[in-house]
Structures are given as C-alpha cells and as structure tokens.
Design a protein around this ligand. Structure first.
Ligand code: SF4
Length: 703
C-alpha cells in the first residue's frame, strides 16, 4: 500500500546570542530562528555556567518586541511642531545629509563642542554602543560623562578594593550566607537568585536581603532587612559595631589586609543597633540578627547592587557595606567576599572601536544626567562653553529616563536645537526629534557583549534580517563620519571586523574562535579575585579610609560636595532628608516588567504592570485619607506626578515606592516619575540620585 510521504518540518535553527539590555546579568541566550526574518522563543543557555538556562520572562517573550507592529522601520523627518508626533518618511541618504549639514553648521557657528553625541547602554553591545565615541573623538565633539547608572556604586566599591572586581559570582552557590544588598534580582537579574537558592538548597545557606521595600527578593530571603532609603550606611556601621563588640572581627586579617582597623573600631563604638534603628527604621533586633549571621559565617558572600548607591550618599553607603567582609576576613574563603561588577577584569583595548588614539582630553565632558540643565543653557553645566545646538542620540530615552524631567523637556523644545534620534521605537525622545532613524535590534546585527554581573565575553551574531529599512548603529556612525569629514580606520571596518580586531588587540583571541565557543570565561583565579595577595593599592590594604577625590575611576570628573564626604564609613546626611513640607522619602525602584524605559511598549509587560502606582504604608495612608487604588499626587519643588496608591505594609512609614519606568503618556498630564527626581550630582564623580527624593503626597482634591 502506498503511503503518502509527509513533509518533515524544517528543524528550528537555534542562534546563540547575548541579552543586550541594561541589566547586569547579560544572559547567554538561545534564540529560535523560524525563518530569515522571524524569531520564536528565546531561552537562557543551559551550558553557560552563570546563565544556567534561566532568563527573565520579558526576554523569553522577545518575539513580542522584535516583531512589534510599532517598530520604526523608515527614516522620518518632523513636519509639525516639536513634540507633535507629526513626521513623514524620508530617504536614508537625505536624512544622513541633513545630519551632516546640521553638525557642520553647528561646528562653523560655535565650534565642534556645540555637537553632543549622546548614547547609553540600553539595548546594545560594545560595537553598536561605543562606536559613537570614535566619531566624537575624531571630530572633537563634546564628551559624554556617563553618570546615570553606575557612578555611585562603582566609586563606592573601588574606594575600598581599588578596582571593580570581586569574588566569582558563581561562588554564591558555594556560600553559607548570601547577602543581597540594594538590588532586586527577582525583577532585574534573575541569575543571582539561581546561584543563591542553589546554596540554600544544597548547603543550607541563609539568604539575607537588604532593601527599601518588601520586593520579590526580600520575600524570598530568610532574613529581610527593611531600611529607609539612603540609610544603608547606618545599617552597615551597626553591623560592624556588633562584629567588633562581639569578638567576631578577624584581627589577623584586619592587621594584614586593611588600612585603619583600630581607628574604625573606635569610630564605630557608638554606632549601635539602637542608633541605626532610629535612622533606618529597622528594629535593632533585626540588625543584631543580621550581624550574628555575618559573624558566625566565614563563607559570607556580599552581592552588592546598584540601587542603594543611587542616593546622594550612595558611594559612602556602598563602601560601608563593602567594609563588612573585610572585618570578618570573608574574602579568604571560597563562597565569601564581595561582588558588584566585573568591569575591571576584561582588559579591553578599544582604541580603534572608540578612537582613543585621536582623543583630545581638553574637550569638555558634559554630564549625561544633567542634560536638562545643559540644553537649557546652564553655564556651569556647559563648562562655561558654547551651547549644544546639535545632537545624535542612540539607544537611550532621556526625555523619560533622565532626572528633572520638566527641565529636560524644556531643553528638547528649543527651536535652535537639532536632534536626530536613532531608535527602535518612537520613544518620548524620538517624538521631540527633528529626525528619527530606525535602528536594528540585537539579533539583527553582529556585536559582542561583556557581562557585568558575571565574567563572560559573549558573542551575539546576526540571526535575522531587520524589518524595513532599519540600520545598525555602526552603519549610521560610519555613514555619518564620511559626510562630516571624519577619518579613522574604524569607519572602514564592518562590525565583524571590529569585533575581531578588538578581541585580538585585547588578548581574547579571534572572532572565529569566539564564534566556535560562544563565550569566553574571563574569571581571574581565586587569589586574584579574592585579593589574597592584597587589594589593588600600592600597599595592598583595603581602604576603610577612602581618599574620595582620588578613587580610581574611568571618568573622574568631579561633582557634588566631595570635601564633605566622611573619612570613615558613616551615615552621611547629605540626602534629601524629609522635612515639614516634604514629609516622605520616595525611591523609584525597577519594576519586573520594564527595564528602564525598554519593554514599556510590549503588551505583556504593560498588562503585568497595569498602571503607575505608588506604594504607601497603611498608617500613612489612613492618616492622609488615601484609600488603596485611589488617585494621588506626589510632588516636590521639581514638579508633581499623578499615580494611584497601593496601600502596602512592606514599606516603612514615611517611605513611598514607585516602581518604574512607565511611558510618560501613561500619566494623565504626560509627566513621568522623573519629573520629581533630582539632577544634582552625587559626590565625588557625579551620578543621579533616583532613590533619594523628599516629597509630599496628597489626594487630588487637596492638591
Ligand atoms: S535577566 Fe537581565 S540579562 Fe537576563 S534576559 Fe532578563 S534582562 Fe536580559
């Protein structure tokens, strides 16, 4: 009997890649490629020892974002008023000619510094994100002082160890106590939980979480240490006080590896748990329990996050928390020590990628977070130089994510400012632009990535064709360079050539080798990672007494009241302390469904987050007559924002939490949460204090 031969389904191709999003996990991915233009499910790579097969839900559903009907697919030129949203299609060549004309015009009128290329880490790897530096270095356009994300945390960590590197984060699985401080990995970097819970399951390890509200990570912890925003250093000081008091300090370690242990001990003598309770709101008994666990556990791993460093005293808080494992000598043990980020292990040579060979260090550096002040002509923010009159913006959405949003919007509304935005969606910033260019997403171009929360270099090769006329950042930068007369070998390379060249110059082999093995494990050996031969200072000693103005940092542009920084770990009251007019402290923490302003266009993330809400303690809500779900207005001298109250006993009294970042148009008057965050720089090297805001809250009728 003849049987019909059934056609066999074409096997789905799996493309290895890396998550490009602004999240320390930089997960190794496996992407189902359904055809040349379409992806299916995205999974975490099982064989990557950090990702270990686990990724967050929003990236697992990435097909929803890459094939979103609202993706930009053609260059657009503005035809209505700025911000009107009225655009019409334009040819690529015409668009690029127009940018070049505007950049050359700005240069002729005010000098090259009138052009400010602006970018960030939102959705790209090294080639696509950092190539914009090459253009600015060749042309001597204004520099870009990246302050919005990492500064407070990096500086606080480097103040103690001398560099941004620590124990292998996979060692969390070998720890007996994992302290997750100021980060919410259940929302933003799921792999921390993978390794921490493995330690709990396999070794009976305890998990301690420190945060400003009972988020998903705090819920999963064995001990949740709930503090008020900006008070983490007081908690750290009290824990250290207990360790010295109870004979849990490892004096052999302290004498060999630290700079001023006796001075620190004396300084902490009155920093008792009761003292800290009055500042943090956390009961002294909880602080004692935390200190008891740390004192009893040699293999204690401090996973220190970014969140608690986004306060005006953030670097001091980060440093204070980092001091704890130096007191117990936890660094000596596998599964012990501290980790924040692997930034300093990669020894990249990006001279061709970023054009370091042609960099003129006399060119002014403009502060990313102060874009509002810069665009509205604040002389100090402009370094007393010319106005900014032309910008190219790639991979970031300052009209939503930057602090002091009303001022940012005023700056972008200037008629004499030319703005080109190269983006994936019509963001709030793109809407304010004169020209909008459609950008590729990560699986539509070749790039290479470095893990922040782990230690891998990962290749993300092109897997599908981009929709419509989308072009990569690298293509746009190279095409623009030609038109503005910028010459550099990097502009003649393809993205793959740039990856190969950068890998080889950095001592990481070739692109072909990386392609064969998918990633490189760059983890230094145990002795280096745990500073067994000494910390990264000439005398090898961990710094309890940081020299704040001289902490090693890649971009040491002074900012904030550096001279007032405490000499030893302490609670620094430089934060916006609540007062009579502003009786609440507000933190703007990351939500689970969004990542900064990315994913706030995908239907499943919007459905999960529902609407902009503000968490408030039940006693505060009752006193103010605020019911669960009712409309509220929260504000300060910078502006006001409309949200809905969520009455929640997982915050301290006097504290408000707004998980973000919602699109601005999700708020009734178009003012997003960053309307009320401040752009004043954090000492010593700048940064935005997103979780450090004094505010009032009222029902709308009383506003
Ligand atoms: S956890 Fe972070 S790095 Fe991993 S997939 Fe999600 S957003 Fe990307």
């Amino acid at each position: 009997m003849n049987q019909a031969v059934r056609p066999q389904p074409t096997p789905i191709r799996i493309a290895p890649s890396a998550c490009p999003h602004d999240c320390p996990s930089t997960c190794a991915l496996e992407i189902e490629v359904l055809d040349a233009h379409t992806i299916g499910r995205v999974r975490g790579a099982e064989d990557n020892p950090y990702t270990a097969g686990v990724i967050c839900a929003k990236v697992a559903r990435y097909a929803e974002r890459v094939h979103h009907p609202d993706r930009l697919t053609r260059p657009l030129i503005r035809r209505g008023a700025k911000g009107s949203g009225s655009f019409e299609p334009i040819a690529w060549d015409t668009a690029l000619d127009l940018i070049a004309e505007k950049f050359l015009d700005a240069e002729a009128r005010y000098g090259a510094e009138a052009v400010w290329p602006y970018y960030y880490a939102g959705t790209m790897g090294l080639v696509m994100r950092d190539g914009i530096h090459r253009l600015r270095h060749v042309k001597k356009y204004s520099g870009f002082h990246t302050t919005i994300c990492i500064n407070g945390a990096y500086v606080g960590f480097a103040a103690g160890t001398g560099k941004i590197a620590g124990s292998d984060p996979r060692e969390m699985a070998k720890s007996d106590l994992v302290v997750i401080w100021g980060t919410n990995p259940v929302n933003t970097q799921v792999n921390v939980m993978t390794h921490a819970t493995r330690a709990r399951k396999e070794r009976g390890a305890k998990i301690v979480a420190v945060d400003v509200y009972m988020n998903g990570t705090m819920e999963q912890a064995d001990l949740a240490v709930l503090v008020k925003p900006g008070t983490d250093a007081a908690l750290a000081c009290a824990v250290m006080h207990c360790l010295f008091r109870d004979g849990k300090a490892d004096w052999d370690y302290l004498n060999k590896y630290t700079d001023a242990p006796r001075e620190l001990e004396a300084h902490l003598r009155n920093k008792t748990p009761q003292w800290a309770e009055a500042i943090t709101g956390c009961p002294a008994a909880t602080i004692e329990e935390f200190a008891r666990l740390v004192g009893a556990t040699k293999r204690a791993f401090f996973r220190l996050g970014y969140g608690f460093a986004r306060s005006r005293n953030g670097p001091v808080s980060m440093h204070a928390a980092l001091c704890i494992p130096a007191i117990t000598g936890a660094w000596l043990h596998e599964g012990g020590g501290a980790f924040h980020n692997s930034a300093d292990i990669y020894h990249w040579n990006k001279s061709v990628l970023e054009g370091h060979d042609v960099r003129d260090k006399s060119v002014r550096m403009l502060d990313q977070s102060r874009i509002g002040a810069i665009l509205t002509g604040d002389k100090a923010s402009l370094c007393e130089g010319p106005p900014v009159t032309a910008m190219l913006i790639q991979n970031t959405n300052p009209v939503s994510v930057c602090p002091d949003q009303d001022v940012v919007k005023r700056g972008f509304a200037r008629d004499d400012l030319f703005v080109c935005v190269h983006e994936q969606f019509m963001t709030e910033t793109a809407r304010m632009a004169d020209l909008v260019l459609p950008a590729t997403m990560f699986m539509e171009h070749d790039d290479v990535y470095q893990g922040g929360g782990h230690q891998h270099i990962i290749l993300g090769a092109k897997a599908i064709e981009p929709p419509g006329e989308c072009r990569s950042n690298h293509e746009v930068i190279c095409a623009l360079a030609k038109r503005v007369g910028a010459e550099h070998p990097g502009f003649a390379m393809t993205a793959r050539q740039m990856i190969d060249h950068t890998l080889q110059r950095s001592g990481w082999g070739t692109l072909a080798e990386l392609e064969a093995k998918k990633w490189i494990d760059c983890q230094p050996d145990f002795e280096t990672a745990h500073y067994i031969k000494g910390f990264n200072w000439p005398d090898g000693k961990f710094r309890f007494k940081p020299d704040w103005p001289n902490v090693p940092f890649r971009s040491p542009v002074p900012g904030g009241p550096v001279g007032q920084m405490p000499k030893l770990p302490d609670y620094w009251t430089i934060i916006e302390v609540a007062d009579e007019q502003h009786p609440f402290r507000l933190a703007t923490s990351p939500s689970r469904g969004f990542l900064n302003s990315t994913f706030n266009e995908t239907p499943s993330s919007l459905a999960r987050e529902v609407r902009p809400t503000l968490m408030i303690h039940p006693d505060d809500a009752a006193r103010l007559g605020i019911a669960d779900g009712s409309a509220v207005i929260v504000g300060n001298t910078r502006g006001r924002v409309h949200l809905h109250a969520k009455v929640f006993d997982g915050v301290r009294q006097g504290v408000l939490i707004a998980e973000s970042i919602w699109p601005n148009d999700a708020y009734p008057d178009g003012r997003g949460i960053n309307t009320i965050t401040g752009a004043d720089p954090i000492a010593p090297f700048g940064g935005a204090a997103f979780h450090d805001n004094k505010v009032w809250i009222r029902p709308p009728v009383a506003a």
